[in-house]
Write a protein that binds this ligand. Sequence first.
Ligand SMILES: [Zn+2]
Length: 448
Amino acid sequence: MIRILPVLAFPLHVKLRLPSNVIAAFNRTFLALLRLKSDTKNDFEILLGKTSAALYHEKVIDHYENPRNIGSLNKDSPNVGTGLVGAPACGDVMKLQIEVDDDGSVIVIMLELEGCAQTYAWGKQGLESSVAQLISTYLGKKISGDTPYAELWMGIHPSGPSRIRGTEQLLSEWIISHPESLGHKTRDVFGDNLPFLLKVLSVNKALSIQAHPNKFHAEQLHAERPDLYKDPNHKPELAVAVTKFEALCGFKTFSEIAKYLNDIPELREAIGKEELVQAFLNSAGDESHIREALRNLFEGLMINDNVRDPLQKLMLRIDSNKDDPAYSLCKRLMEWFPDDVGCFGPFLFNYIVLEPGEALFLGPNEPHAYIQGDCVECMACSDNVVRAGLTPKYKDVPTLVSMLSYQLRSAKEVKMAVETTTCPGTGATICRYVPPVKDFLVERYTVR
Ligand SMILES: [Zn+2]
């Protein structure tokens, strides 16, 4: 992987300090680059430093004025070589890094991507959105103050494909012609496809109550309703908070749900059938009965498309419980989505507040709804979402009700474990978020 690729006016190859296992590959590659970049014999001599090293070659100046292949590799990695030339004291420094595989071949040239911004209604507006800030600062995009910039996608999904920056070429096309860039471990499992999609989300108001199908179910849904379920892939997803980030995730414990059923007659009214409530309350102690009763109760609630009366009654007394975050969130949801049955969500689902750096993993068939904040999200390359509530989009209640796993757990079981290490020498902190799927993992580097 080459991330910094200036064509140098110095005989850099004699000044390199490289691990022995990469030096041969480095020299071979660097000389090949020199030949590649040299248009004339004269250029070649300049590049090899046979003329004054005090003058920068025009190609160095071009890289300075039009930066590309920018970034930094982990210099402590045994497969990374670093070449540095110049005088740091006067800022006159050029650096070249490569990463090679175990055979000594350069893995890939690092390319900058132009991601795809999605403007969904729930996004933060204008430059308040992290997405807008990113595409304005790094891609020079013009930002409209009244547009909600919700998501920035980086990957090959056809609903928002990335391009190689500065070209019209899609990342998916580039990968087809450079499949070796995926690495053999990825190709063995996923073929010649990038298996993941990386996003930045900037959430101003709640997303839908949703879940994502497993792989088998996704194939079925896509075959039956390709207009609604756009691809045949599963969509496990992992959200790492960038700011304080609120979400609903998974069903609460039995005792918590039972408490709200007892305390909130408006919730029982919205469920409609008192026998569903009693069946749930009487199922205590038997896990399979609890799940079945919860499924029936949840279905009774979600198929009710007229919950205006119970919500309005609840609104009248909601401030008397404002110290309970579930009631406060219910009130916020009612302001965003009046009359929506999803406003009862906080009484059934865990309310999670992530601090920056904390993460959630959402496996298949797990109900969730992001509420507010910014996050980086990584997922299998899919856009399959089954929705039921808190959305003007199509709600597929029967599918959602039938697919959920109805696992009950406490809020503190929902947050994801993070492995943290410190990189020797640099002091950089590396946080690893390792989900129970092969499609991706996320690392977060904090550089001092
Ligand atoms: Zn989701």
